[in-house]
Design a protein around this ligand. Structure first.
Ligand code: PMP
Length: 385
């Protein structure tokens, strides 16, 4: 078997940290109980493990209570629960939602679904760096607005949104703010108090935890009441029925614990690798542009376009690298990214966008090999043109 390419697609997913896997394994072996079983030790042990994970995540977010964390199957489900659940719960108060043009499909699509069912939707534009203007949020809010949903950081260009300011705008107008923090948990400190959010989504597999588990933070004070979207046994305070995947929840908790403990050092190391690669690109590849915000950007994100180079052609050249042109979530559709389009760049820059996502286990040697590959690949494509 040929060697696998160097993994530089950490916005799409991350490998499970071996320490996380170790923490999970007992819950696939002897500790296989159902956390909702109240009548025996198998259930109690599972429940204790779940509650420890819940506490870990609540602490990482600065939540007032662990009970504010509702486990879901991932961020897609958390986003759907937040948006559909808020729209249902507040249907008598209003029918208007506000979001941004660069949200993940798991935010945009439920919003559009609601629009198709008669709700009103405002999709705010972003500036050329990908930032939402808090003043535009203020202008968009009406008497009928029930929810504003703006991501904390984008999964393609890594831009960090001015969420604390948007939170202040929403608080002044008494409107719930939801944020998709999937790309941020474990990468940057999150302080719920400072952000002023009512609802926040996250997913374990973006921070070296397992796939198939995530959470929605649902604020208690002031109280946020959602209408559940799954009906059944009443798990998770009735907000998300279904037997909890105990090993995955345990893995999520451990992944968060590690990410928080190592966050500062890791962000520094990853940003150094990213800057090293960008310096190399700038020095050796003329006509290279970085997409997104120059400073308000996730540490591991490098989104680049090369003049005259189509990203799909470049991907075919870069066989030794695992990188991507858009987000994996929408790569089933060959359309260029809605995020790059929203920045207002030229068609060729949009079609040339390459997303490089650097992560925990990447080494300087890998980054240098990635630099070699990019210099060679872009050179070959330009010669052939
Ligand atoms: N939101 C963002 C910003 C994401 O990057 C992703 C994953 N690509 C999701 C939501 C969906 O997360 P999950 O895979 O846990 O459903």
């Amino acid at each position: 078997m040929s060697a696998l390419p160097i993994y530089l697609d950490h916005h799409s997913t991350t490998p499970v940290d071996p320490r996380v896997l170790e923490a999970m394994l007992p819950f696939y072996r002897g500790d296989f109980g159902n956390a909702a079983s109240r009548s025996h030790a198998y259930g109690w042990r599972a429940e204790t493990a779940v509650e420890m994970a819940r506490e870990e995540i609540a602490r990482a977010l600065g939540a007032a209570k662990p009970a504010e964390i509702v486990f879901t199957s991932g961020a897609t489900e958390a986003n759907n629960l937040a948006i559909l659940g808020a729209a249902d719960a507040l249907a008598e108060r209003g029918d208007h939602l506000v979001t941004s043009a660069i949200e993940h499909p798991s935010v945009l699509d439920p919003c559009r679904f609601l629009e198709s069912r008669g709700k009103r939707l405002t999709v705010l534009p972003v500036d050329a760096d990908g930032r939402v203007d808090p003043a535009a949020v203020a202008e968009a809010i009406t008497e009928r607005t029930v929810l504003v949903s703006i991501m904390l950081a984008n999964n393609e260009i890594g831009v960090i949104e001015p969420l604390a300011e948007i939170g202040r705008v929403c608080a002044e107008r008494g409107v719930w703010l939801h944020t998709d923090a999937t790309q941020v948990l474990g990468k940057l400190p999150i302080d719920l108090g400072e952000l002023g959010v009512a609802l926040l989504s996250a997913s374990a597999h973006k921070l070296y935890g397992p796939k198939g588990v995530g959470c929605l933070y649902v604020r208690r004070r002031p109280r946020v009441r959602l209408t559940p979207q799954l009906h059944g046994g009443g798990h998770e305070r009735g907000l998300r029925s279904g037997t909890l995947p105990v090993p995955l929840v345990v893995g999520f908790g451990e992944a968060v614990r590690i990410a928080v403990a190592e966050q500062q050092a890791e962000a520094k190391r990853v940003a150094e690798l990213r800057d090293r690669l960008w310096r190399r690109i700038q020095a050796e590849i003329p006509g290279a542009h970085r997409n997104g915000h120059p400073t308000e950007c996730l540490a591991g994100n490098l989104h680049v376009s090369f003049d005259g180079v189509d990203a799909d052609g470049l991907l075919a050249e870069l066989t030794e690298l695992a990188v991507s042109t858009g987000s994996a979530c929408s790569s089933a559709t060959p359309e260029p990214s809605h995020v790059l389009r929203a920045l207002g760049h030229s068609e060729s820059r949009v079609r040339g966008g390459l997303r490089i996502g650097i992560g925990r286990f990447n080494t300087p040697e890998e980054i240098d090999r990635a630099g070699d590959a990019l210099v060679r690949g872009v050179g070959r494509l330009r010669e052939a043109a």
